[in-house]
Design a protein around this ligand. Structure first.
Ligand SMILES: [Zn+2]
Ligand SMILES: [Zn+2]
Length: 383
């Protein structure tokens, strides 16, 4: 086994999906996230084999700790398989991710289950339940001591339960951001990092790290005037959402705008997958379902006036369809601010993505004293 501090992106380097980042430091082996990606109907996991080829570890059971940043499929989707096949001692996540992770990841897990036999579905579900049962939680903002290293989780602001992970060994400090957001949303407060957090290595999920000109759309700026016109004309409208967590934000937005009288009072019909997640949020005391929310019954879709929310497949029933999308990721300027605030000596930028006018020179030239790498998948870097 090779010694020396190293970093390898096993998946989700310059793409979204299969996020999994290995860090070896002071002979401790850590894995930050363990996701899956879906491309052209095929689900891909991270390439764990690289760790054995590169002789970072002799077996996956030697991983000291797996940290899960949040419940999205691209960050946790591979965990059930990894734990089912390997004797891994410890997985850490926030209490909310442990409670809600199996629901939050259903964007991807539902796709992964499509076309599988009942037996295979059952095995998958058992692995899923088993994986989340093994997750240990630590409360946010309280440093936990583990043998010869310390761990603190901080609010990442991206979705409920999402955290930044700060690991301190005797010689190095590492901050893994996971997906993060600066602005508050309707369900989160934005990331919250104390001033004293000064990592040597920053592993940064920078979806917009190559998009200096791009201003992501925020939910509070979304116009609802078209929806109001439809309702005034007594016509239903379908809001097509791309991701389930965003659907929860939309339900919250509609409730708030109806309470303020900005949209006519109407029933909100929620599709069954989204309903299951929304309902699960009551476990952590953050329910978005109000009296005006109802579960969509497919047979009654066109009979009841209201606002319908779901993923695309119900569009065909509606004359008025609004594709609702907004961003839950930090903008380029937010990324610059995070680096300025934490002044690391090394930054590994991962999880970059569309819109594709990719140019990493802007961020690199912004910081001449900091080594910034847009790291390649499966490449070993010294840290
Ligand atoms: Zn995410
Ligand atoms: Zn992500």
């Amino acid at each position: 086994m090779k010694s020396g501090n190293s970093f390898i992106a096993l998946g989700g380097a310059q793409s979204v999906g299969a996020s999994s980042y290995f860090v070896k430091i002071d002979n401790r082996s850590f894995l930050f996230d363990c996701g899956r990606g879906i491309s052209d109907g095929i689900t891909l996991g991270p390439n764990m084999g690289v760790l054995l080829q590169e002789e970072c570890i002799n077996s996956l059971s030697q991983l000291d700790q797996i940290f899960i940043s949040h419940g999205h499929f691209d960050h946790v989707g591979y965990l059930p398989d990894l734990l089912a096949m390997n004797a891994i001692s410890s997985v850490i996540a926030s209490p909310t991710t442990k409670e809600l992770g199996k629901y939050l990841m259903s964007d991807g897990s539902e796709k992964q289950l499509q076309g599988l036999s009942d037996d295979k579905r059952q095995i998958y579900n058992q692995r899923l339940q088993g994986a989340f049962a093994k997750v240990q939680t630590i409360p946010l903002n309280i440093t936990q001591q583990f043998e010869d290293y310390q761990v603190t989780l901080f609010e990442a602001g991206h979705i409920p339960g999402a955290v930044m992970t700060f690991v301190e060994t005797s010689t190095k400090k590492i901050l893994y951001t996971g997906d993060f957001l600066t602005n508050p949303t309707l369900l989160t407060k934005g990331y919250c990092l104390p001033k004293g957090v000064k990592p040597d290595l920053l592993v940064l999920c920078g979806l917009h790290a190559m998009h200096p000109q791009y201003q992501p759309v925020r939910i509070e700026n979304i116009s609802v005037s078209y929806m109001s016109i439809c309702l005034q004309k007594k016509q239903s409208v379908f809001l097509s959402i791309k991701q389930l967590t965003k659907g929860l934000e939309v339900i919250q937005l509609l409730n708030m705008r109806m309470e303020k009288g900005l949209i006519p009072e109407a029933r909100i019909y929620v599709d069954s997958v989204l309903w299951r997640i929304a309902d699960s949020f009551s476990i952590v005391g953050q329910s978005v379902l109000t009296q005006r929310c109802h579960r969509i019954q497919e047979k009654n879709i066109d009979k009841n006036l209201g606002i319908y929310i779901g993923t695309g497949k119900m569009e065909k029933y509606f004359a008025h369809v609004i594709k609702f999308d907004f961003s839950l990721h930090a903008s380029y300027s937010d990324i610059v601010k995070l680096i300025k605030d934490t002044i690391p000596s090394q930054v590994m930028v991962v999880h970059t993505g569309s819109p594709r006018n990719d140019d990493n020179s802007a961020l690199i030239s912004e910081f001449c004293d900091i080594e910034i790498k847009f790291c390649k998948s499966e490449n070993r870097y010294s840290i």
